[in-house]
Design a protein around this ligand. Structure first.
Ligand code: SAH
Ligand code: SF4
Ligand code: F3S
Length: 438
C-alpha cells in the first residue's frame, strides 16, 4: 500500500437521486481512507455516477470514460468505476465495451461500495446490477452543501410512463421506514443543517409498499403523514420534497403544505404534455384538466407558491395542435421554471418502438419554441415578484412568523431570493432538478 493517501474523484450526472447516491458513496470512500480530489487525472479511483434518461446523457458518459480508460494503460493501479443508471442499463456489456473498467454497479448497490471495492482490490472485475433490497443508509454522506441536505425517502418507481427508462434502472419502489428518515433528519439538525429536501422519483408514492392501513383504508404512512411526522425535528427549519406526480398529488397533501410552517412553498410537478390524448399515450394517468385543477387548488391555498415542472416535446405522434396545447398550458400556469427536453427514444421503453417517431428537426423546432415561451413567462413572473418587492413574501411560514434577527421578515427580499426562486439558485436549493442530466 502506498504511503500517501489514495485519492478519489466522482463525477455525477443526472438527477438529485444520483447526487444523493454520490454523496453516500463519497462518504464510504472517505471511511476507507480515500481523499477527495477535484481533478480526475490526479485520482487513484475515478467513479462516474451516470444517467441514461436521454441518449445525449448516456453518450456524454462514454466520452468521459474513454479518457480515463486510456489513462489506465499508463497507470494500471487506477481503479475505474461506473455506477448509476447507465451501469444498470448496460451491465456486463459495459465491460465488453470498456474492458479497462474495474467495477460496474447499479444504483441499488450504492451503499455496498465498500464490499464491491474489496472484491476489486482482491483482483476481480465486478458487475453488481442484480435487483437488490437497498441497504439502510448507514453511511455518513460527504455532503456538498453545508445548508441543505438531500434525504432519500423512497427509491425506485412503479410507474410505467411509456418514454421513461427510470423503472428499468432504479427498480421497484422501496420506501424507507419513517423512523429511519426521522433519525437522518435529527442527525442533520444536530450537525447544523437548516434545510432538507426529501427525495423520490415519485415521492407521492411514499409508503404504499410499507405495511399497515388506517381504518379508512389509506396506507398507514403516506407522504402527508411523513411530513407531519418529520415536522418537529429540532434544528431543521425548512423542508422540501421532489418529485411530485400529478396522478397522486392530493388536496390532503396540499393542505398539509399550507398548514405546516416548515414546508417550503415550492413544488416540482412535471406535466410532460399539455394534451390529454398525448398524456394517455405517455401512460401518465391524468389529463390536462386534472393538472390544471391541481394548480388551481394549490394556488387557492398558497397564492404565491413557486411551481416548477418538466415537459417533453416531440413525443411519438405529437401533432402541431398537441404541441400547442403544451404551449397554452405553460402560458396558463405561469411556472417559475420548466425543464424541457426533446423526446429521446430509450432502450427497453415501449414508445421507442412505435412507428410514429418525429424527425429531429421537428423536435428541435418545438423545443426552441417552448423554451422561448418558458423563459419569457419565467421572466414575467420574476418581474412581477420584484415589482411587488417587499410585499411579496414567499418564505416558509415559520420564517414569516419569526425572522430570528429582529427585523420585519416582510422586508427581507434576501429570503425571497434565497429560499424560493428556483431560477435564482443558492446553496443548491431549488436548483434545476434535471439540469445536469444532459
Ligand atoms: N419522476 C419524474 C421524472 C423523472 S425523469 C416524473 O415522473 O415526472 C426526469 C425528466 O426527464 C422527466 O420528467 C421527463 O421530462 C424527462 N424524460 C424522461 N424520459 C425522457 C425521454 N425518453 N426523453 C426525453 N425526456 C425524458
Ligand atoms: Fe419515469 Fe417519473 Fe414516470 Fe417513474 S413516474 S416512469 S420516473 S417519468
Ligand atoms: Fe437515473 Fe436520475 Fe438519470 S434516475 S436515468 S440519474 S435522471
Amino acid at each position: 500500500m502506498a504511503d500517501s493517501p489514495r485519492r478519489y474523484h466522482i463525477t455525477t450526472f443526472g438527477c438529485q437521486m444520483n447526487k444523493a447516491d454520490s454523496e453516500r458513496m463519497a462518504g464510504i470512500l472517505e471511511e476507507m481512507g480515500f481523499q477527495w480530489t477535484e481533478l480526475p487525472e490526479q485520482a487513484d479511483l475515478v467513479l462516474y455516477n451516470t444517467c441514461t434518461i436521454r441518449d445525449n446523457a448516456e453518450q456524454k458518459v462514454y466520452s468521459y470514460l474513454g479518457r480515463q480508460a486510456k489513462r489506465k494503460h499508463e497507470q494500471p493501479n487506477l481503479t475505474l468505476v461506473v455506477a448509476g443508471c447507465v451501469a444498470q442499463q448496460e451491465g456486463e456489456s459495459l465491460l465488453r465495451r470498456v474492458p479497462e473498467l474495474d467495477l460496474v454497479m447499479g444504483p441499488q448497490h450504492a451503499n455496498r461500495l465498500r464490499d464491491l471495492l474489496e472484491q476489486v482490490f482482491a483482483g476481480n472485475q465486478v458487475v453488481a446490477t442484480e435487483e437488490a433490497h437497498i441497504y439502510e443508509d448507514i453511511t455518513k454522506p460527504r455532503r456538498d452543501s453545508q445548508v441543505t441536505a438531500w434525504v432519500n425517502v423512497i427509491y425506485g418507481c412503479n410507474e410505467r410512463c411509456t418514454y421513461c427508462v427510470v423503472p428499468n434502472v432504479r427498480g421497484v419502489e422501496q420506501s424507507r421506514r419513517p423512523e429511519a428518515i426521522r433519525a437522518d433528519l435529527e442527525a442533520l439538525g444536530q450537525q447544523g443543517y437548516k434545510e432538507v429536501t426529501l427525495l423520490g422519483q415519485n415521492i407521492d408514492a411514499y409508503g404504499r409498499d410499507l405495511p399497515g392501513a388506517t381504518p379508512e383504508g389509506r396506507h398507514l404512512y403516506t407522504l402527508t403523514d411523513l411530513l407531519y411526522f418529520l415536522h418537529d425535528v429540532p434544528g431543521i427549519d425548512r423542508i422540501r420534497f421532489a418529485t411530485s406526480h400529478p396522478r397522486y398529488f392530493t388536496e390532503r397533501l396540499i393542505r398539509a403544505c399550507a398548514e405546516l410552517p416548515k414546508l417550503c412553498e415550492h413544488f416540482h410537478i412535471p406535466f410532460q404534455s399539455g394534451d390529454s390524448e398525448l398524456l394517455k399515450a405517455m401512460s401518465r394517468g391524468y389529463s390536462r384538466e386534472r393538472y390544471l385543477r391541481i394548480i388551481e387548488t394549490l394556488r387557492g391555498y398558497m397564492p404565491d407558491a413557486s411551481i416548477s415542472a418538466d415537459a417533453i416535446v416531440g413525443f411519438p405522434g405529437e401533432t402541431e395542435q398537441q404541441f400547442e396545447n403544451t404551449l397554452s398550458l405553460v402560458e396558463q400556469v405561469g411556472f417559475d421554471l420548466v425543464n424541457t427536453a426533446a423526446y429521446s427514444p430509450r432502450p427497453g421503453t415501449p414508445a421507442a418502438l412505435w412507428p410514429n417517431q418525429l424527425s429531429e428537426e421537428v423536435k428541435a423546432d418545438r423545443l426552441q419554441r417552448l423554451n422561448h415561451l418558458v423563459n419569457s413567462k419565467a421572466a414575467e413572473r420574476s418581474q412581477l415578484f420584484r415589482a411587488r418587492g417587499r410585499g411579496a413574501d414567499r418564505r416558509s411560514k415559520s420564517q414569516r412568523s419569526d425572522s430570528g434577527d429582529g427585523t420585519n421578515p416582510r422586508q427581507s427580499t434576501h429570503f425571497l431570493h434565497r429560499r424560493y426562486r428556483p431560477s435564482e439558485r443558492a446553496n443548491g436549493a431549488g436548483e434545476n432538478y434535471y439540469s445536469s442530466a444532459l
